[in-house]
Write a protein that binds this ligand. Structure first.
Ligand SMILES: Cc1ncc(COP(=O)(O)O)c(C=O)c1O
Length: 484
């Protein structure tokens, strides 16, 4: 086969193996590598690229795990014939292939530097991170609401809509946030967007200038890294510990930090809840430095040990916090409804950006959702889910104790829909995730969460989308794979 064009850049903070897996994935998706095509041996590619074989092996492992490649190194590795159609139908297919790294602007050149995860489009299997209990969603009640609204749509409702979102939904969300998250807000501050990823991207586009320094949690959420980098931000990793983001380190990283992205209710991925003293310190830092705090409250509805903690936004007296929430975990991700609570002085800027972004969020689900909240379905669903998740989490912890003994250390299991376990020294989490993937288990490597070198190796085990008995079985397989 012709030599693959896989540009590597040694001056960026993205590991070589990740640059290789990104490049191969892109080549598959844009049609340069066809389904069923044999790809070079790891040795051959390593020689072509002038790197050792190890990063190439890791890249192949990752793509085998993600299902882009099939076969085994040794007997040949091939592009999978089963790449999902909608992935193959990516806009680049059938068009001249844009060659990475040839761009002239810093943004074009930055494209290959993204971490390897390029999609949340993943199968619903045990340990999948980021998915709620889709099997327990009250589908009948929801279908009734949606059908009712489809049937009575007026010409006005089929036309363009308010960029801020539907009034009824904004009122219902403001009420929910005040009562259950201690967020200080009124409906006029609520901006409806298509999920928290859109909220982040919009916030970055509204508040940041290219090359602004933005502090992020290390380890932290790769989706946030993506959104911020895409907006031209320079990421400044700040370590997290048992109390959340280390504000003293943030202070030391210099004054010119324009914003900080945090998950204070349930730190992604390690699970800490930010302590009260850190919260006050962070708010104080933001006020003194006129910096923004981007608060991502993605799964705070679910806590198992301690009492729910209010949002950081509710403690902010200086309008520095931009609060973002989503229904992806509390209801289902395909809904694509999230929201931003905008400080009043920023409202006009946000609204204009939101209009420029994609005009407005589809209204049919907004109407159904407003009623889902108002009629009490949402509160009922949350109550049921809390006990279901507690059961699922307990099954996972029980399974880990039973089958994985000293092989893993549970880091924190107080809240949310996943548990992070740390692996013993010397175990490579990417490799482990790859091996588990081939056994039908979807663990996510903790390394995906680091912008700098991964200080810890571990696995994120999602327990939201699988029944207790499936989780128990999955821990048995995990124990087998870890122990072998
Ligand atoms: C920390 C964090 N924020 C946001 C999201 C995604 O939210 P949304 O579907 O609303 O874009 C996820 C998804 O898992 C997440 O882990």
């Amino acid at each position: 086969m012709a030599t693959l064009h896989l540009p590597l850049d040694r001056n960026v903070d993205v590991p070589i193996f990740r640059q290789i897996s990104d490049g191969l994935r892109r080549a598959i998706l844009d049609g340069r590598l066809r389904p069923g095509q044999r790809i070079p041996s790891t040795r051959g590619l390593a020689t072509d690229l002038g790197v050792s074989r190890l990063p190439v092996l890791s890249a192949y492992e990752q793509l085998l795990h993600e299902g882009y490649l099939v076969g085994r190194t040794g007997s040949g590795t091939f592009v999978s014939k089963k790449i999902p159609d909608d992935l193959m139908r990516s806009p680049a297919v059938g068009r001249p292939t844009p060659v990475p790294h040839t761009g002239t602007s810093p943004r074009e050149r930055a494209v290959p530097n993204h971490p390897s995860l390029t999609s949340w489009h993943v199968p619903v299997i045990p340990f999948q991170v980021g998915l709620p209990a889709l099997d327990l969603f009250p589908h009948a009640a929801w279908a009734k609401l949606v059908a009712r609204h489809v049937r009575k749509e007026t010409p006005e409702q089929l036309a363009y809509s308010d960029p801020a979102g539907l009034r009824g939904l904004r009122v219902a969300i403001a009420e929910h946030l005040r009562a259950s998250r201690a967020v200080r807000c009124v409906a006029d501050q609520i901006l409806i967007v298509s999920g928290s990823q859109a909220a982040l991207r919009l916030t970055a586009a509204t508040l940041l200038e290219p090359n602004d320094r933005v502090a992020i949690e290390e380890p932290g959420y790769f989706g946030a890294h993506r959104a911020l980098r895409d907006a031209g931000a320079q990421l400044v990793p700040v370590p997290v510990d048992a109390e959340g983001l280390n504000v003293a380190t943030l202070e030391r990283r210099g004054e010119k930090i324009r914003a900080v992205y945090v998950t204070p209710s349930h730190q992604y991925p390690l699970g800490a809840t930010m302590s009260a003293s850190r919260r006050f310190a962070l708010l104080d830092w933001a006020a003194r430095n006129e910096a923004w705090i981007l608060e991502d409250d993605y799964d705070s509805e679910f806590r198992y040990i301690s009492r729910p903690v209010g949002a950081l936004q509710g403690m902010d007296a200086h309008d520095r916090v931009i609060y973002m929430g989503t229904f992806s975990k509390a209801i289902f991700p395909a809904l694509r409804v999230g929201y931003i609570v905008v400080p009043p002085p920023l409202w006009a800027r946000f609204l204009e950006s939101r209009f420029a972004f994609d005009l407005f969020t589809p209204t049919l689900y907004q109407r159904a959702l407003a009623e889902f909240l108002k009629e009490g379905h949402f509160a009922r669903h949350l109550r049921r889910m809390r006990s279901a998740y507690l059961e699922r989490r307990d099954a996972l912890l029980h399974g880990l104790a039973l089958h994985c003994g000293n092989l893993v250390r549970v880091h924190n299991s107080d809240a949310g829909l996943h548990v992070t376990v740390l692996l013993p020294k010397g175990v490579d989490d990417y490799e482990m995730a790859g091996r588990l993937g081939r056994r039908g288990i979807a663990a996510l490597a903790l390394s995906t969460s680091y912008v700098g070198p991964a200080r810890r190796q571990g696995l994120l085990l999602g327990f939201g989308c699988a029944a207790p008995e499936q989780l128990l079985e999955a821990t048995r397989v995990l124990g087998e794979v870890l122990g072998s």
